[in-house]
Design a protein around this ligand. Structure first.
Ligand code: NAG
Ligand code: NAG
Ligand code: NAG
Ligand code: NAG
Ligand code: NAG
Ligand code: NAG
Length: 398
């Protein structure tokens, strides 16, 4: 009894001595570098004064970074606690009211194509009312949640997916849940009123999620943000998410096998797809992805093409946690790349994701699809045909 106490005392003394030694070493090394020179510790702020970027998106990012950094923002910050007008956003009305200030804040606003004007006026709005929800759809805790971006009028594409790679239920002993993400096909965009048919479809299949906003290309980023919010409340326990377009073929069997084979470390941080690196904004007005200089300057971070990518529930929660720190960008897959970069993550390229299609000569070769995870684009008929090939037990590929 007595002996073991003494042993304990000796051990404790040794540990304490070691600590003192470490602390002394740390304080020595912080005030002197290895050449014995004194290290100067700055007494005043040493960072450069922030100058507003001319490009609107970049400036909004500067603003968010600044407002979220208490040091830069405090009395000792770049502006001595008094924010210049371009950073001072204290008088904000409802974020979902059109923001008419952009008309003067964006250089040459009046010369922009309409879709940019619409985007900029509503860029701050991130919450739209949900009009169709499926609150119970994830009660069986899916292994894989398939979230498919669709448009109201794409009935045939959705049905083809339900009958093939996106069939909800159990596949390869794993639970699959499928949801289709929709906004509103509005009269402004000359869409016919399909709402009664959509209602019928929704009551038949109970897999439609719809929000009350205009479903346009530049609003796909809103769709991303709304989906992440929905995920975090309605489906937080899904292990993995595939998010993609409704005109892709997905080899769900291969994806499940791939996911089953991941190490726990790899699976947590998973984000794979057809990753594009070193890209930047298109400056040609005729391209769908055109972005003018007064909106964005700089390069894009690595991002996975929006045709379809696969990521873990852990990453989805992280993304949801960061979206308010990144201003909405008109191109949804680039936006997701920007959010990943903000998290210090990078998407990983997987050669099974073919968002740019495959060689024509393999188009009708069933075996070509066996080793691919995603092929874009494919028609509803192609989707059904390819799925039948893959499910055929007689299919023999070497
Ligand atoms: C600001 O700087 C002064 C002097 O460097 C320091 O005493 C003070 O604690 C700082 N205040 C804040 C809020 O960082
Ligand atoms: C922002 O502007 C308002 C109104 O002009 C002003 O009252 C407020 O002090 C400013 N805030 C900061 C942090 O400078
Ligand atoms: C605004 O448009 C005018 C006329 O097209 C052009 O000369 C000018 O450079 C533009 N300014 C900016 C900041 O883009
Ligand atoms: C199916 O999954 C369950 C639960 O994860 C597991 O216990 C069972 O062994 C699996 N069956 C097969 C055939 O893999
Ligand atoms: C996005 O949706 C909002 C709400 O419906 C709409 O006012 C805005 O014009 C849309 N933006 C674009 C770029 O279509
Ligand atoms: C998710 O899992 C947690 C912990 O297992 C559980 O408490 C929660 O109810 C689950 N949520 C849903 C929506 O299934």
């Amino acid at each position: 009894m007595h002996g073991s106490r003494r042993k304990l005392k000796v051990v404790l003394m040794t540990i304490m001595t070691a600590f003192v030694f470490i602390i002394v070493e740390i304080s020595r090394s912080t005030s002197q570098n290895k050449n014995g020179h004194k290290i100067r510790i700055p007494t005043k702020p040493f960072w450069a004064k922030l100058t507003p970027n001319d490009a609107f998106w970049n400036r909004q990012q500067q603003k968010l970074d600044h407002l979220n950094n208490p040091i830069l923002n405090g009395p000792n910050g770049s502006f001595g606690g008094v924010l210049p007008d371009w950073l001072n956003d204290t008088v904000v009305q409802d974020l979902c009211e059109p923001d008419y200030k952009v008309m003067t804040q964006v250089k040459n606003f009046s010369l922009l194509p309409d879709r940019f004007k619409d985007f900029l006026l509503y860029m701050r709005c991130r919450s739209y009312r949900m009009v169709v929800d499926q609150p119970q759809i994830c009660r069986d805790q899916p292994f894989l949640l398939l979230a498919i971006k669709s448009l109201a009028s794409h009935f045939d594409r959705r049905q083809a997916i339900r009958e093939s790679w996106g069939r909800a239920g159990v596949l390869a002993n794993k639970t699959i849940v499928t949801v289709f993400l929709l906004g509103k096909a509005t009269a402004v965009d000359h869409f016919p009123d399909l709402s009664p048919m959509l209602e019928y479809e929704s009551s038949m299949h109970r897999d439609i999620l719809q929000w009350d906003y205009r479903d346009s290309f530049f609003n796909l980023t809103a769709k991303e943000v709304l989906f992440l919010e929905w995920f975090s409340t309605r489906c937080p326990n899904a292990s993995y998410i595939f998010k993609g377009d409704d005109d892709v073929f997905v080899n769900t069997l291969l994806i499940i096998n791939f996911l089953k084979g991941l190490s726990p470390a790899k699976s947590q941080g998973l984000f794979v797809g057809d990753v594009i690196t070193n890209a930047g904004p298109h400056r040609d007005k005729k391209v769908k992805y055109y972005i003018p200089e007064n909106i964005f300057v700089g390069r894009y971070p690595p991002y996975a093409g929006g045709g379809g990518y696969l990521y873990s529930g852990v990453v989805a929660h992280k993304l949801f946690g960061i979206i308010n720190r990144v201003p909405l960008y008109p191109i949804d897959d680039v936006y997701t790349g920007m959010c990943l970069r903000k998290l210090g993550l990078a998407p990983e390229k997987h050669k099974g994701f073919r968002t740019f299609g495959i060689e024509e000569k393999y188009r009708n070769n069933p075996c070509a699809y066996k080793s691919l995870m995603l092929v874009h684009p494919r028609s509803p008929q192609d989707i059904i045909k390819i799925w039948a090939w893959l499910k055929d037990p007689a299919l023999n590929c070497q």
